[in-house]
Design a protein around this ligand. Structure first.
Ligand code: G6Q
Length: 543
């Protein structure tokens, strides 16, 4: 494969070269020194937008770093790339598609034209149809086949058709209809489906089959099992129309499955799976929190879209987060980023971000098809605080790897309980402080620690983190937070000059699994490598 050519490669850009030289100087500096040199640092290195406050002062940067990162963004054409996305240009070049999740939250009356068609009115048509349906289900006007109210909603989908809906349901549970049970089935492992429905009555259960393509093996297998399960009780094909709806772009396949296309909620090829929780894929979210609060969530997304598009880079939250990620990934060899929400309702947020970030920027080829000359997307992971503190934080504090962390916290708890919230937030501030400033041997000794034990109790510090704060977790705020990371991912992809919106890496496994499935169920001669052949043989014998 060709590599990026001399002169146009990322490492040949003026800002990149300057950053390389600057990194050598800065690498030896401690955050402690940077703070000492600038008494205003803790308030100066902050930015605020759309209800989110970002303190990025505990990063290993100074004014020069920031200036050069901004320059890099300019040199890489970030501004133009942002405009191209919002304009509806086909920036997903390998699939020849526009990338317009921002249109999903564009207010009525705005206009975004794709292939000569203004897509905003269509977006609102679907939203209105979803709202009408959600109102009926929530009020009880929509009845199951036997005349009972819908009490349970089961979303069947995988990847982008699952992770967003699950995350949003968990995040907004406080605002959800507590009379209803929501379940999410994704894995082709039959246990996922069986456990999800074992205590549900079919005549009170609505299945949302969420699949952009309506051909995904896992989702279709689960949907067929759901149909059999429902029909075992309801015993009449006519019941399907009352208990199954589809969320898809593929009307033909939806009809083939037996779902009335009247009960289909559409979206478009310009919505990527991992960017679709605010499209019809979010129907489960709307059923849980109601149409008005769903629209609040969209308003939150939109507020961050406007911020991203219009704010100078130096105050632009997603640009700052994205550039810092590039800084650590490429100049400090950081391989992973930890996302640490101090909010129990955000327990699925790190898992959601794993797909958003890693499926988007896990690429080794530039838009022009050359091998990249630098590292690209880091590994994202995390757990809600404070649980992680009692497990993996040890490595972040005292291990040998640099792991930049994003702490996310709120001023107010949705469930105020005694001192709980102050205790929770004390941990956010304490962890970020400890990571940055550590604890020296002198401090450890002064505590009376025996000499031999001192090295074990020293915290080197100088470990970077962001602290993101907001008032309270609301539907609107959730939208803003998700859009913050969507656009941070965009910023990273723009610098690396990769296609953040395709996912060819997901395809190979799908093709191979289909071939092997036939082999597991038959006895055809095997022509794989010796390991795969032997594993298949062993399975055939023992299944
Ligand atoms: C996301 C990916 C992928 C996709 C799933 C489900 O960006 O494309 O995770 O969402 O493979 O696809 P369907 O919605 O087509 O079933």
């Amino acid at each position: 494969m060709v590599t990026e050519s001399q002169g146009t490669a990322l490492f040949d850009r003026e800002a990149w070269k300057a950053l390389t030289a600057h990194h050598e100087e800065l690498e030896g500096k401690q955050l402690k020194e940077l703070f000492a040199a600038d008494p205003a640092r803790g308030t100066r290195y902050t930015a605020e937008a759309a209800g989110l406050f970002l303190d990025y002062s505990k990063n290993r940067v100074d004014d020069t770093t920031l200036k050069l990162l901004m320059q890099l963004a300019e040199e890489c054409g970030l501004k133009d790339k942002i405009e191209a996305m919002f304009r509806g240009d086909k920036i997903n070049v390998t699939e020849g598609r526009a990338v317009l999740h921002v249109a999903l939250r564009a207010p009525r009356g705005e206009s975004i034209v794709v292939d000569g068609q203004d897509v905003v009115p269509e977006v609102h048509q679907v939203l209105d149809k979803m709202s009408g349906f959600a109102d009926k289900v929530r009020s009880g006007e929509w009845k199951g086949f036997t005349g009972k109210r819908i009490k349970n909603v089961v979303n069947i989908g995988i990847g982008g058709s699952d992770l967003g809906p699950v995350m949003a349901y968990e995040a907004l549970r406080h605002y959800s209809d507590r009379e209803k049970t929501f379940r999410f089935v994704s894995n082709v492992d039959g246990t996922d489906f069986v456990e999800a429905v074992r205590d549900l009555n079919a005549d009170e259960t609505l299945f949302l089959v969420a699949s952009k393509t309506f051909t995904t093996q896992e989702t279709m297998t689960n949907a067929h099992s759901a149909r059999e399960w429902a029909l075992a009780t309801l015993k009449d094909d006519a019941a399907i129309a009352k208990h199954f709806v589809a969320i898809s772009t593929n009307a033909k396949e939806v009809a083939k499955f037996g779902i009335d296309t009247e009960n289909m909620f559409g979206f478009w090829d310009w919505v990527g799976g991992r960017y679709s929780m605010d499209s019809a894929i979010g129907l489960s979210t709307m059923l849980a929190i109601g149409p008005d609060q769903f629209r609040e969530m969209l308003a939150g997304f939109h507020a961050m879209d406007v911020h991203f598009r219009t704010t100078p880079f130096a105050q632009n939250l997603p640009v700052l987060l994205g550039l810092l990620t590039v800084w650590y990934t490429d100049f400090f060899d950081a391989q992973t980023m930890a996302i640490l929400p101090y909010e129990q309702y955000l327990k699925r947020f790190p898992a959601y971000l794993q797909q958003l970030t890693m499926e988007s920027n896990g690429k080794h080829v530039t838009l022009e098809g050359a091998h990249v000359s630098t590292e690209t997307g880091p590994i994202y992971w995390g757990e809600p605080g404070t649980n992680g503190q009692h497990s993996f934080y040890q490595l972040i504090h005292q291990g040998t790897r640099l792991i930049p962390c994003d702490f996310i916290g709120f001023f107010k708890s949705l469930n105020p309980l005694g001192r709980h919230h102050d205790m929770l937030m004390a941990n956010v501030f304490a962890q970020a402080e400890a990571l940055a400033f550590g604890k020296t041997a002198e401090q450890v000794k002064a505590e009376g620690t025996a000499d031999w034990l001192v090295p074990h109790r020293v915290f080197e510090g100088n470990r970077p983190s962001n602290v993101i704060l907001a008032e309270e977790l609301t539907p609107k705020l959730l939208g803003t937070l998700v859009a913050l990371y969507e656009h941070s991912v965009f910023t990273q992809g723009a610098i690396w000059n990769i296609d953040s919106f395709d996912q060819w890496g997901v395809e190979l496994g799908k093709v191979l699994a289909t071939r092997i499935l036939g082999e597991l169920e038959g006895d055809a001669a095997l022509t794989h490598d010796t390991s795969t052949n032997a594993l298949i043989e062993r399975y055939r014998k023992n299944k």
